[in-house]
Ligand binder design. Structure first.
Ligand SMILES: N[C@@H](CCC(=O)N[C@@H](CS)C(=O)NCC(=O)O)C(=O)O
Length: 258
């Protein structure tokens, strides 16, 4: 049995399956897809995920995409490995899925747009106008992502940024409303609800970051304590330590079989 995870390393959507693999103690080969080289848009990678996005899991030659789906797949295939990340009770499991659906449909998008507006610009401005436009037109398969890349390079409309910041505020309030009452998003314990939200929320508390003031000890003590609680987990520490030692960030380029 072999598992290979194609990812950008432990941040955003890539963090979800990485954290799941570490929590479950599953052996896997990490393959770093380098966003600075637009490797997610390369022909070899689009044979793995035709959408030109990470993460993607290869399980014995079967490809699974969509970060939350990969996490659920790992639980389905390896239910007894390491930590169980779904509540046994069907109602609690439904609550967990409301949280993971909400991340994918709402929380991820507002945080991502701000990240693209202020963090991706440098990558997007690496090429000349002509090179950039040709790359986007030829290699980026999703029209919405083409627009996002163009906006990352040329600027997002201010009213869009204002609206996305408003949604980040709404999202943090929603997390705080639950986390001020309980340790984890579903009261039965740590689950994929926490991993998938942590993937997007971790880092929002960073002083000097794009979201300064949204997550603070004074305003959102529940969210701050929850982030710390997850960051203290041995599996999460192992994941970040491996990334720091660059073990998760080795770029391997085009696989020999492609
Ligand atoms: N719905 C997808 C979204 C994947 C996604 O947005 N991936 C981002 C990284 S977090 C990506 O590959 N961005 C690069 C690009 O679109 O060029 C999932 O959850 O896996």
């Amino acid at each position: 049995m072999t598992l290979t995870l194609y990812s950008f390393g432990p941040g955003a959507n890539s963090l979800k399956p990485l954290a799941t693999l570490y929590e479950k103690g599953l052996e896997f080969t990490p393959r770093f897809v380098d966003p600075a080289k637009f490797e997610q848009h390369s022909d070899w990678y689009k044979k793995i995920n035709p959408r030109g996005q990470v993460p993607a899991l290869d399980h014995d030659g079967k490809i699974v995409t969509e970060s939350t789906v990969i996490c659920e797949y790992l639980e389905d295939v390896f239910p007894d490995a390491g930590t169980s990340l779904r509540p046994a009770d069907p109602y609690k499991r439904a609550e967990m899925r409301v949280w993971t659906k909400w991340v994918d449909e709402y929380f991820c998008w507002c945080v991502s747009t701000i990240g693209w507006a202020f963090g991706i610009k440098a990558i997007a401005q690496k090429m000349s106008d002509e090179e950039f436009e040709e790359h986007i037109r030829k290699n980026v398969p999703i029209p919405e992502q083409q627009l996002k890349w163009r906006r990352a390079r040329n600027g997002f409309p201010q009213e869009m940024l204002d609206e996305e910041y408003r949604k980040v505020g709404v999202s943090i309030e929603r997390l705080e409303a639950t986390l001020s009452r309980q340790d984890y998003l579903v009261d039965s314990g740590y689950s994929l609800a926490d991993i998938c939200n942590f993937a997007i929320a971790n880092g929002l508390q960073r002083p000097g970051g794009f979201f300064e003031g949204y997550v603070t000890e004074q305003k959102t003590p529940g969210v701050v304590a929850w982030l710390a609680r997850i960051n203290e987990r041995p599996a999460i520490q192992e994941m970040f330590a491996k990334a720091k030692r660059e073990e998760l960030l080795k770029r391997v380029g085009e696989p020999a079989s492609n």
